[in-house]
Design a protein around this ligand. Structure first.
Ligand SMILES: Cc1ncc(COP(=O)(O)O)c(C=O)c1O
Length: 387
């Protein structure tokens, strides 16, 4: 039976063939330790890794590729950023739509460093966004840490407007691009982003275990990890220069090269075509589901959103619904709380969660209609059985 994969917010599947081939090449051809030795193969690996830094830099409009460090995932990048900035006795603005990868390091600052937090809510217009930001701003506000696209409702934060606000108010701007990188274009200069955190295995099509962080020149993060870098070996502490400052131990060559191949794949399709395709699928899904009276769709149904739609069917637990979708229809979704407790509090599903459908470039209209028909069948059964 064909598998219908709608869990791309968790990790994209399938990966492009070119990514799989690159991973194989990395393991077969480039199996040496990068940045450590001077023989021909090691130099070739270094070059491949630098090429990937350049691809990422071009992709996000970053001037200096060496300001990008490879990490294991967005969670690590966000920890490096939030804990490494040395925030203390100050105030930070974040949002109700944050993932625990942002919330937990922020709560660490709250508990240990006397940092207070305020939470931006989704807004319906640019005027309202600025009004909300201004009302949260305090004299001791030092930074805004924001999730570009919600992994629960698909809400898209206007990072260009928020970045402009940060610049005007002299605040540091940290963006979690886990759900947006590879779906929407991101330009760190246009959006005044000081630190960009991303993961490689979602819309960037890399394999699991690779992520990255861009840190603007002039910002020095205190490294959370210290150890071998293959350079500055006589220094007693971690080098202060990027990327070594944040790259500790042997790099994940297969992961890095997979990320480079993922970006090549996106460029070959054109990111605007990816946005268009995934948005069309999302809209089709919502339009079909809207017709079912006992199905609840979370978030605003009428605005442009990321390819994420969370739903519930009245009268059935979200975990049971996801179970039926899997068992009866071979549909992969994610139920529960999606590591975003405040988002569930905000949309009113804190007690029971919801079922998330997240679409990817390889999904088709036919697959969407299969899913909406499955939901229709289940919702009609529930109505008949329980009314
Ligand atoms: C919005 C958001 N931020 C951060 C993360 C963490 O990404 P990773 O698990 O790759 O560290 C996720 C993962 O689902 C996410 O959706």
């Amino acid at each position: 039976m064909k598998e219908y994969y709608f869990d791309n917010s968790a990790t994209s599947s399938p990966k492009p063939k070119s990514v799989l081939e690159k991973v194989q090449e990395a393991i077969l051809e480039f199996n040496g330790n990068p940045g450590r030795s001077g023989y021909k193969k090691a130099i070739k690996i270094d070059r491949e890794i630098y090429n990937t830094r350049e691809k990422i830099a071009k992709f996000f409009n970053i001037s200096n590729p060496l300001q990008i460090a490879f990490t294991t995932n967005a969670s690590e990048s966000l920890n490096f950023a939030i804990r490494g900035m040395g925030f203390e006795n100050c105030h930070i603005i974040t949002s109700v739509y944050e993932h625990n990868s942002v919330l937990r390091p922020l709560h660490f600052l709250e508990d240990e460093k006397n940092v207070s937090l305020s939470y931006l809510e989704p807004y319906e217009s640019s005027e309202k966004l600025l009004e909300n930001l201004s009302s949260l701003l305090r004299e001791d506000t030092k930074a805004i840490v924001i999730n570009h696209i919600s992994n629960v409702t698909g809400f898209v934060m206007d990072i260009e407007k928020i970045g402009k606000f940060c610049k005007e108010k002299n605040l540091l701007f940290i963006v979690d691009a886990s759900q947006s990188a590879g779906f929407l274009p991101i330009d760190v200069k246009k959006s005044n982003i000081n630190i960009l955190c991303f993961t490689g295995h979602k819309s960037l099509f890399g394999i699991q275990g690779i992520g990255g962080i861009y840190v603007e020149e002039g910002i020095n993060l205190t490294p959370t990890l210290e150890g071998g870098t293959g350079s500055f070996s006589k220094l007693k502490r971690q080098p202060k220069v990027m990327p070594e400052n944040l790259e500790c131990g042997t790099l994940n060559t297969p992961g890095i090269l997979s990320l480079g191949a993922g970006i090549d794949f996106i460029n070959s399709i054109g990111i605007e075509n990816i946005t268009k395709h995934e948005y069309a699928l999302t809209k089709l899904f919502i339009d079909e589901i809207k017709k079912l009276k006992n199905v609840i769709i979370y978030g605003d149904k009428n605005i442009f959103r990321g390819p994420v739609v969370s739903i519930n069917i009245e009268g059935i637990e979200s975990s049971e619904l996801a179970g039926i979708l899997d068992e009866e229809f071979n549909i992969c979704t994610r139920s529960g709380f999606h590591c975003a407790p405040l988002a569930h509090e905000y949309i009113g599903t804190y007690d029971y969660g919801c079922v998330r459908f997240s679409f990817g470039y390889f999904n088709t209209e036919e697959e969407i209609l299969y899913a909406t028909n499955a939901i229709k069948e289940i919702s009609e059964y529930i109505l008949k059985e329980y009314s």
